[in-house]
Design a protein around this ligand. Structure first.
Ligand code: URA
Length: 235
């Protein structure tokens, strides 16, 4: 791939703008300025810098964010911040999208990508991967509520039964459970359906991928192993 095309693919702007960056001497490969926009590149493990900032060539973006409270998963957030404000322009230029959504007041693992196939693999209604949530509840969780969640509840305007698996009481008002679909406000509505209320919701895991040590508001690029873990589905 030509250098100018590579820069464009990485979100640095139009082909013309990238040509200009190169001609201005802003781009370095192996610590040497490259001023030929048509330089042909081997993309494997390609490191480069633009105005001194280091980058690695990535064909696609796979990102895990520990979403803070008060951020919406939409580009045009109305009442809160947008999660996209946490990323710089080069990533946004590449068409970064949220893989599913978390409510503005939910914290935890949110994946973002520019790879349509990956997005589809994780969010297609027939292929939803398991998601683990931890929540604090308004009332103490009862054994009956746990049983109802495991047996499944109906949700208004949704078809079918919504059941949780691996429901664990962590404290009187703290519950962990795994859900396998992804309808709007699913966890909060499931808790409401059994007569309780979610006070705080946190997503801890998608597939087999968890947040490990990521602090709230921080994000990382996923490794290829982590990408596979996020897609994991029980057979
Ligand atoms: N279920 C909810 O109710 N809210 C979320 O943010 C995610 C799952």
């Amino acid at each position: 791939m030509f250098l100018e095309k590579m820069l464009q693919s990485q979100g640095f702007g139009s082909r013309k703008y990238c040509q200009q960056l190169i001609k201005n001497g802003a781009v370095e490969i192996n610590a040497e300025v490259v001023d030929n926009p048509k330089l042909k590149l081997d993309l494997s493990d390609l490191h480069f810098s633009v105005y001194g900032e280091e980058y690695l060539y990535r064909e696609h973006l796979y990102i895990a964010l520990n979403k803070p409270k008060g951020y919406e998963c939409s580009h045009q957030a109305t009442h809160h911040f947008s999660v996209f404000e946490l990323f710089d322009e080069t990533l946004l230029n590449r068409g970064l999208q949220c893989v599913g959504r978390l409510d503005q007041d939910t914290t935890g693992l949110l994946l973002l990508t520019d790879d349509g196939q990956y997005l589809q693999a994780l969010t297609h209604p027939k292929k939803h991967v398991a998601k683990v949530y931890v929540m604090e509840t308004a009332d103490a969780v009862t054994a009956e509520q746990i049983q109802q969640l495991e047996q499944g509840v109906e949700l208004r305007n949704e078809n079918g039964i919504f059941a949780a698996t691996d429901v664990n009481l962590l404290d009187t008002h703290k519950l962990q459970m795994t859900v396998h679909q992804g309808v709007y406000h699913q966890v909060k509505r499931m808790l409401a359906a059994v007569g309780n209320k979610v006070e705080h919701l946190h997503r801890a895991q998608i597939g087999k991928l968890d947040l490990e040590d990521l602090a709230e508001g921080e994000w990382v690029y996923l490794t290829s192993d982590q990408i596979e873990q996020s897609k994991f589905r029980e057979q």
